[in-house]
Ligand binder design. Structure first.
Ligand SMILES: [Fe+2]
Ligand SMILES: [Fe+2]
Length: 303
């Protein structure tokens, strides 16, 4: 795939996806805290009303569904940090419990800064491993440049987190594995680079277009440009590395892309606080699904 083609495809996916205002209820997993709230029988779109109220109170509702209590209709809410899809996660990155009690936009960027900071490690490790596998110097240099981009992204997103009252979250890492085989590197790149980071580039571009906070829109426009370059890098690493693998290993990489797409679509069903949509331009669950399916279509990924 030529780089200009990928940039054009990413832009096309964003332009072809309609903006859907409002919050939808979604299914999902990863319950963090769950409560059931009674609502008035004539509350209309009750999930919307309830999620909005909690967003105002600084809570992020991940999922909600209609339920019933003895006293009548109710909404079943699951709370947790917003699901962020930015960044390339190194294998040793540990999960985070998020920025509790912060403004939803602050929590969103606190977690984004964690993932951006983790991406610095991911690219530094990748650059070292590519060099030791004999990758072309150009690929290694571009990977090192991506690590430098992520330093900038971590700083920008940390600043935005603080502007909305949240302390940036530092990434936590478990025990790192030793040097990996080319097949293992290609497998991780297939999921984290070709799917996750490529989708992250689309989201950054979407936020640049839809964030009402113009300083967020400007920051995301710059990040989107870098992330499109990282997506190109991921697909170029894929072409180089997978070209050196056996047929069976190549099939594993294709399967890793499919599994990453399925996991992404599952994550994108999570509820998003209204402030994150309006202020930060974060995609609603419906828009996220549409963007991810656009990605799958354009890049012929099978879910
Ligand atoms: Fe980044
Ligand atoms: Fe990136």
């Amino acid at each position: 795939m030529r780089s200009n083609d990928l940039r054009r495809q990413l832009r096309q996916i964003i332009l072809a996806t309609p903006f859907v205002a409002g919050i939808a209820c979604g299914g999902g997993t990863a319950a963090t805290r769950e409560s059931v709230y009674p609502v008035a029988a004539d509350a209309g779109n009750v999930c919307y009303v309830v999620c909005d109220a909690f967003a105002d109170a600084g809570e992020t509702v991940r999922n909600c569904s209609f339920d019933s209590l003895d006293g009548g209709p109710a909404v079943d809410c699951t709370f947790g940090p917003p699901v962020n899809t930015c960044g390339r996660r190194p294998a040793a990155l540990l999960a985070s419990s998020g920025a509790w009690g912060a403004h939803p936009v602050g929590a969103l960027f606190a977690d984004a800064s964690r993932l951006e900071a983790a991406s610095i490690d991911a690219f530094r490790i990748l650059a070292r491993e590519l060099a030791s596998c004999g990758a072309p110097a150009g690929l290694v240099r571009r990977t090192e440049r991506a690590a430098a981009d992520e330093v900038r992204h971590a700083g920008v997103t940390a600043h935005l987190a603080r502007r909305y009252g949240a302390e940036p979250i530092a990434p936590a890492f478990g025990t790192a594995t030793g040097p990996r085989s080319l097949a293992a590197i290609a497998l991780e790149n297939a999921a984290e680079g070709c799917v996750r980071e490529t989708y992250g580039a689309i989201v950054a571009g979407w936020q640049a277009r839809h964030a009402k906070d113009r300083s967020i829109a400007r920051a995301m426009a710059a990040i989107a440009d870098d992330e499109a370059r990282h997506a190109e890098l991921a697909w170029d690493i894929s072409a180089w590395a997978e070209g050196r693998l056996s047929n069976a290993e190549r099939r594993c990489c294709a399967a890793a892309r499919s599994e990453a797409l399925v996991a992404l679509l599952r994550d994108l069903r999570q509820q998003v606080a209204l402030d994150c949509v309006e202020i930060a331009g974060f995609p609603t669950p419906e828009v996220g699904q549409s963007l991810a399916r656009g990605l799958a279509r354009e890049l012929r990924l099978q879910a």
